[in-house]
Design a protein around this ligand. Sequence first.
Ligand code: C2E
Ligand code: CA
Ligand code: CA
Ligand code: CA
Length: 279
Amino acid sequence: VKRAGKNDYELFVNSMNVVAKRRLELESFLRHAIDNKELSVNYQPQIDIPTGRIIGAEALLRWNSAELGMVSPVEFIPIAEETGLISPIGEWVLREACRQVKEWRDDGLPEIQIAVNISVQQFAKQSLDKLVSKVLLETGLPVHCLELEITENMLMDDVEGAVETLHKLKDLGINLAIDDFGTGYSSLSYLKRFPIDKLKIDRSFITYVTTEPSDAAVTQAIISMAHNLGLTVIAEGVEEASQLEFLRQHHCEEMQGYYFSRPLIASDMEALLRSHKGS
Ligand code: C2E
Ligand code: CA
Ligand code: CA
Ligand code: CA
């Protein structure tokens, strides 16, 4: 027993070292990711449910590190946030996504709206509206083609500040969506104070929407509440025909998920838009 205990302890210390080492590596390699051109943006189509047409895409950041290989954003975004690297990285994603969608638009491909994830640090800064207008000006993307995704909890940390920031963005004509809706702690009474356009129902509800009555109830409630507030609804994580059918029956406007397409590299998204053109 004593031996096993000691081994457990050694295992624990070793695994702590592994975690700490990985973190240090991630942090130091992430510092050079932009300059080394290791970052790219993937595009996941967003579909208008009634017509089946691609009307948008979410920009999803990818990091192919020379030293570590592909690293998931789930792992490196939190580190980018803690170290402040999210500022240059977030700005890079915004600019790259706007530049790409402007290029597709100029090529005559079907117009799509691009949804860009905004991190808590970016949102808390006073100057987000200035950054966004600068990037739109530089890339030439029309403002109605841009949507920002903000999570619920970012709004609830400082409600007054959030209302102000959202109004500044809304005044520019930017579309605003609340991401991962239903997972946070936002109070419904606050929702109407935020000048938002869209709610994105979190994947965790959609996964079991046809098998778990409680997830079906939450999804239905979000859709009808959103509609009562004049908001559009998009469901994320749609993987099956039956889930899409549920959403259609409950008048959810848009969907995104593996059922239609995984996130695509830019050239594959472009090919998809090209083939979509005449249909
Ligand atoms: P998110 O904003 O909730 O993005 C949706 C995630 O779900 C993406 O994971 C996407 O690939 C995945 N997904 C889409 N459809 C399906 C589906 O049908 N089934 C399943 N199982 N998953 C699906 P990804 O690309 O790994 O991104 C993870 C998270 O990293 C994002 O969650 C977002 O919070 C963050 N992230 C990604 N790119 C950026 C970025 O540019 N900036 C910031 N601040 N965060 C980002
Ligand atoms: Ca998102
Ligand atoms: Ca989401
Ligand atoms: Ca989610």
